[in-house]
Design a protein. Sequence first.
Length: 326
Amino acid sequence: MKEKHIEVPAQGSKQDAVLWEEPSGKIYNVHNDSDWSYIRSYKPVLKCPVKLCGVKLVAVDRQGTRHLRNAAGSTDCRHFTARPPDHSTRGGGPMSDEHRWYQQEIAKQVSRRPHMRAIVEDYESNADVLIFNHATNRSLAIEVQRWDTNIHKRTEHRLSLGHEVLWLITDSAHLSPEMLHQVYLGRGAFIRVRSFDKPYVALEPWEPAAPRRVPVMEVAGTIARLDESSGNLRGTQLPLMRVIDEILDGKRNWIFPGSEVFKNSSGAGRTGGAWVRNIDYTNALIRASGLDIQPLLPETSYYGRRSAPIVRPLSFQELEAGDDRI
């Protein structure tokens, strides 16, 4: 009799792997039934998803509990390691297909940048995805969230390790009013997936019957830009990877701009925090001061969906060929 699958990761176990012959290819997850069926049927040689890591992995199914273990002779690594159940910063409910898709898509897009590296389910920081920029020596812990949790406590843990933190709240999130308040105070943003051909329609690429389109992860809610006409900071929507690049380049930071320069569309002041480019914040303060000072870089408002040119997305053929433009 076939054992029922139980999605309870054992402490220190691994759930993600890539094919040894395709280290930059698809990430296989043991809790995805189609991935698991392929692994068990064809028994391919698997390895840790981190490009520079040579640890080989073997699939194990013990009484319905799936995981990957190190192959004989392989040195253990902590990449893509399951979070311990009693970890002090664990929280947020069970992992959904949506949650897992965001983890893997972010890691895949980061892998196309030669100066950056991503670790999914990092053991020490307990982050969903931990991203390193080797050119700037900066790191960013990303947490995909759908349930109430203690954002302050979990953020402080990652900050203590030297990582910047970005919380991504999904469309399917079930958050209390208090949790939503924490999002606007604690390095949060709201994420959804769209496509270039239908920019205002939310996609669900993690669903089996989802249409085949090139996905664009976009963040909003706390993402700010300089509005050239008013001189104020306004909320906007930006591709997630652009925001990640700017954070790791040190060009965009989490700050509380103040209601004098941070406005909503009606002109009322906003008091929460925001992810703001440093140059935009400086120029907004210059405009608000009334002093006769020239903006540092007048062209910095020319980004964001409202003003920046939209670059043609890669076709699936180009993606499969390994084009690294994004």
